[in-house]
Ligand binder design. Structure first.
Ligand code: NAD
Ligand code: UDP
Ligand code: UDP
Length: 312
């Protein structure tokens, strides 16, 4: 039995990952400071004797004994990561240093939840891992984008300098049950608005694109990456190559919910990337992974989650 630590384990992706790792027979330590994570996300796991919660901020050192680390701690929604941007950079950078120091002391594998944001507003489409990106270093998204880029630098330097076994995943927009209803990200915003009959807030023209991956597929990719051959570090893109405009997404959600909501156009936030689509050739080849759940199927499951949440 392995003891696996998931930082950010009470968040959206982290809670699904903790659940899957427990189901596969591991002992799981969920480390979280509950900034955007919630106890409700993991309360159903608490009766499992092999599940443990540690309230801790990754910006501070921690001494525990574990066999593997998945480092997910970091707010992911622009609304939340821009609320306290200095803390966002600290979480990515100081958090990475502490988790890497822990992994180095224990000589264990560590996986970093990086992001498609390292590509910024990409001028290569779709984005392969070899693309270095187009990031504004002083814009309002930089606390997240540059924090994550610096974390990648640290991971690769610990690998080169200390021979640490690292795995870096670049995650593209992922959605599903347990996103916060006030999360601010597009899928949860649109579903909540549609279910309440409020206006659907499309920023800009809605012609910008994103590629949406359902959470179960992503978690499967995480685990395959952690278990990939030693020496395979990534970075590897994990995401669903199906690309949609934000307007298409809004219309699909209106249709699936049968909502009477209307679309209301709002200003486009600065530095909002115009297009995003993962090239997943490496994940297919090395991890034998590709997403199985199409957008419509994932949206139906996510809508059901928000419906029951709003009816509580
Ligand atoms: P989330 O906000 O639901 O989860 C982040 C978790 O980290 C929360 O539980 C939060 O409380 C915790 N956290 C934040 N700061 C912390 C700190 N200093 N110490 C300890 N815990 C802290 O977001 P998510 O969508 O689950 O994202 C998880 C990870 O995946 C993040 O690192 C994010 O950058 C990355 N990611 C997610 C997506 C996506 O589309 N969901 C895309 C790219 C990358
Ligand atoms: N660290 C930690 N837990 C450990 C080992 C290290 O939190 O079990 C932290 C420690 O605070 C240190 C950081 O990780 O500052 C980086 O560790 P490393 O060994 O790379 O560097 P150093 O200790 O020399 O600063
Ligand atoms: N967006 C939108 N309305 C919303 C929330 C987001 O039109 O209520 C747009 C946003 O401008 C961006 C896309 O949807 O172009 C994805 O935004 P999100 O915050 O989910 O993630 P990002 O990929 O930008 O980090």
């Amino acid at each position: 039995m392995k003891r696996i630590m998931v930082t950010g384990g009470a968040g959206f992706l982290g809670s699904h990952l903790c659940e899957r790792l427990l189901n596969e027979g591991n002992e799981v330590i969920c480390l979280d400071n509950f900034y955007t994570g919630r106890k409700e996300n993991v309360v159903h796991l608490m009766s499992d004797h092999f599940f443990e919660i540690l309230r801790h901020d990754v910006c501070f050192p921690i001494y525990v004994e574990v066999d593997e680390i998945y480092n997910l701690a970091c707010p992911a929604s622009p609304v939340h990561y821009q609320f306290d941007p200095v803390q966002t950079t600290k979480t990515s950078v100081h958090g990475a240093i502490n988790m890497l120091g822990l992994a180095k002391r224990l000589k264990i594998k560590i996986l970093q939840a990086s992001t498609s944001e390292v590509y910024g507003d990409p001028n290569i489409h779709p984005q392969p891992e070899s693309y270095w990106g187009n990031v504004n270093p002083i814009g309002i998204r930089a606390c997240y984008d540059e924090g994550k880029r610096c974390a990648e630098t640290l991971f690769f330097d610990y690998n080169r300098q200390h021979n640490l076994n690292i795995k870096v995943a670049r995650i593209f927009n992922t959605y599903g049950p347990r996103m916060l209803k006030n999360d601010g990200r597009v899928v949860s915003n649109f579903i909540v608005q549609a279910l309440k009959g409020d206006n659907i807030t499309v920023y800009g023209t809605g012609n910008q694109t994103r590629s949406f991956c359902y959470v179960d597929d992503l978690v499967d990719g995480f685990i395959r990456l952690m278990n990939s051959p030693d020496g395979f570090t990534g970075p590897v893109n994990l995401g669903n190559p199906g690309e949609f405009t934000i307007l298409e997404l809004a219309k699909k959600i209106i249709q699936l919910t049968g909502s009477k909501s209307k679309i209301a156009y709002k200003p486009l936030p600065p530095d909002d990337p115009t297009q995003r689509q993962p090239d997943i050739s490496i994940a297919k080849k090395v991890l034998n992974w590709e997403p199985a759940i199409p957008l419509e199927e994932g949206l139906v499951k996510t809508i059901a989650f928000f419906e029951s949440l709003l009816n509580q």
